[in-house]
Write a protein that binds this ligand. Structure first.
Ligand code: ARG
Length: 578
């Protein structure tokens, strides 16, 4: 089945093509900008008329006469300079809404053409613990994979963790130099962060130690068993930390989604060889580089992508080229999404361009950088602790739960403590997640506890509360033996508006899956809650006559289902009571 927008788009595009004979004409359907313009409007006539040098209003009239959108469209009218205003049939909306009620799977209709989509997200560097800088990519990426899966795509998660490189030489050297006593103590490496800092301090201060660290990198690369074992310990410990955070956050990444940088080690020589054979390689100061005309520095000189250093070592970009090849050719990706910090934009532009030229990407594979901005502190600088250290993600989440607990206790002093704690666990995590998801991901933003934990506005507490409230209404009526009906009737404008909003979920989810902006879905859920509130205020349920009462109750139940589906797509599990 097609979504509302797809149905309108298909019907009107067909009419436009029939009337003009232009095969690539598009209806360009959007939501109506004002209620008196109907429910939707088609804007495509104007550009076609311009192209054909014909009068747009006359063309629009001809198109309107040709339109066939089935039962969904009640009326189409020409407006202004050549818009077409579209009015949906209330009966058709009621029927569609009733169908969703019978089978909630219809709330999100699958796309007609499923794709294989690889999503690279979270991808922390393993020598350290996850810090706040990893929050956005992890949360946004996890929402995107859930959304794409709900649309019926085949999604392959890739956690491209940084598990290779000089920092591991440093850690191994530090571990090796500890006395046996200390070694036993650091066996659990419980505080990797401290261990990393100690190693780094020695690396920076002591040239002899730095030399030792570098020799360990070489030994590691040569496959020295002792070094490999030490390296494995760090990786294992670090992954354990990551997985704790994923668990706490409710992130869907599993061990099996791990495809670390080191996975590509054996491919790197071949990547360089292939670049060479395609004559894309240039030697510059002993290093192997790819120069692409379109990338120049401030001085106007071309910027290199270095793929091999003069000492033979490979780089971040080399691994990424190997990853593109693996994802496009071995995994068969139609799209590869990289949910990574915006500060790596240039890196990805260069890698994508080089990968296309070298044939590492299939020509029909789309490579997309889903970039996100930086989390800032109140001072407008990247978020840090008071002492200037990076904030561990774990600590941030624990604090959010603590704050949520205080808040919940404030509101519901008489609830048993264990209930309050359970609510706080959900609210605390949801607040952090939702505040990441509800903002346009491309901008930097200021981290602010009070707004994310507020019960007003477009926040997690507001939505969770809205959901719990509908559930409590449903429970109360159930006690009065009022149960939802099977048919939804749409008489009042508030009922119609609510049903239409519910039926728009499919289109919002499609759009979000297409461009990777979960804030659109957040805004939708927030608006849905508002439209529900209007309905709830103007359309009494219990006082209504039998059929209408059941219909309204059904509409309330369907709203709750829609909110829940939407929140689940964002990785949030709502509570039935709050
Ligand atoms: N580990 C990298 C970092 O922390 C992010 C990796 C992103 N993915 C990729 N294919 N480069 O900056």
């Amino acid at each position: 089945m097609l979504t509302i927008k797809e149905t309108l788009e298909a019907g009107i595009t067909e009419a436009l093509v029939n009337v003009t004979g232009l095969g690539d004409a598009k209806a360009q359907v959007i939501y109506a900008t004002r209620p008196e313009f109907g429910d939707y409007q088609a804007n495509g006539v104007m550009s076609v008329a311009k192209q054909l040098r014909t009068n747009p209003r006359e063309l629009a009239a001809k198109v309107v006469a040709e339109i066939n959108c089935g039962e969904l469209l009640a009326k189409a009218e020409v407006a202004g300079p050549g818009f077409i205003n579209l009015f949906l049939s209330t009966e058709a909306l009621a029927r569609r809404a009733s169908e969703c009620l019978q089978d909630s799977a219809e709330l999100i209709l699958p796309v007609s053409k499923a794709q294989t989509i690889v999503v690279d997200y979270s991808s922390p560097n393993l020598a350290k613990e996850m810090h706040v800088g990893h929050l956005r990519g992890t949360i946004i990426g996890d929402a995107i994979v859930r959304i794409l899966e709900a649309l019926g795509h085949c999604v392959i998660r890739q956690n491209h963790v940084g598990d290779w490189g000089t920092q591991f030489g440093m850690l191994i050297a530090h571990l090796a130099s500890l006395s046996e006593d200390n070694k036993a103590q650091s066996n659990n490496l419980s505080d990797l962060e401290v261990f990393y800092r100690e190693a780094k301090q020695r690396f920076d201060a002591d040239p002899e130690f730095a030399e030792l660290a570098r020799s360990y990198v070489v030994r590691l690369q040569q496959g020295d068993p002792e070094c490999l074992a030490a390296w494995q310990r760090f990786i294992g410990e670090s992954l354990r930390h990551c997985e704790e955070v994923y668990e706490l956050l409710g992130v869907s990444l599993k061990r099996s989604d791990l495809c670390a940088e080191s996975f590509y080690n054996d491919d790197l020589a071949d990547i360089v060889k292939t670049l060479d054979s395609k004559e894309l390689l240039t030697r510059s100061e002993g290093a192997n580089c790819v120069f692409l005309e379109e990338f120049t520095g401030k001085d106007g000189n071309p910027l290199p992508v270095i793929v091999q250093k003069s000492d033979g070592g490979y780089l971040y970009a080399t691994t990424d080229l190997a990853a593109v090849r693996y994802r496009c050719h071995n995994l068969g990706a139609d799209r590869v999404l990289y949910v990574v910090d915006a500060r790596q934009s240039l890196h990805f532009k260069q890698v994508f361009a080089a990968a296309k030229l070298a044939g590492f990407a299939r020509s029909e594979s789309h490579l997309e950088h889903i970039a996100y901005g930086t989390m800032m502190g109140e001072d407008g600088k990247p978020f840090k602790t008071r002492s200037g250290d990076t904030v561990k993600l774990r600590d941030l989440l624990d604090e959010s739960i603590r704050r949520a607990f205080a808040l919940v206790s404030d509101k519901n002093a008489d609830l048993p403590e264990s209930d309050r704690q359970q609510i706080a666990d959900t609210v605390g995590i949801a607040a952090v997640k939702y505040s990441e998801l509800s903002k346009n991901r491309t901008s930097d933003y200021i981290f602010d506890w009070s707004s994310m934990l507020s019960f007003e506005g477009n926040t997690a507490p507001y939505l969770l509360y809205a959901y719990a409230r509908i559930q409590s209404v449903l429970r109360r009526l159930e006690e009065e033996n009022v149960t939802p009906g099977e048919n939804i009737m749409l008489q009042a404008p508030e009922e119609r508006a609510l049903a239409m909003k519910i039926l728009q979920l499919s289109d919002v989810v499609r759009q979000t899956g297409q461009d990777g902006f979960p804030n659109q879905l957040c805004l939708y859920l927030y608006e849905l809650s508002g439209i529900f509130m209007k309905f709830y205020e103007t359309c009494p349920i219990l006082k209504a006559e039998a059929d209408l009462r059941q219909s309204r109750l059904a509409l309330a139940a369907l709203t709750a289902q829609t909110l829940k589906r939407g929140l689940n797509l964002l990785g949030i599990e709502p509570l039935n009571r709050m």
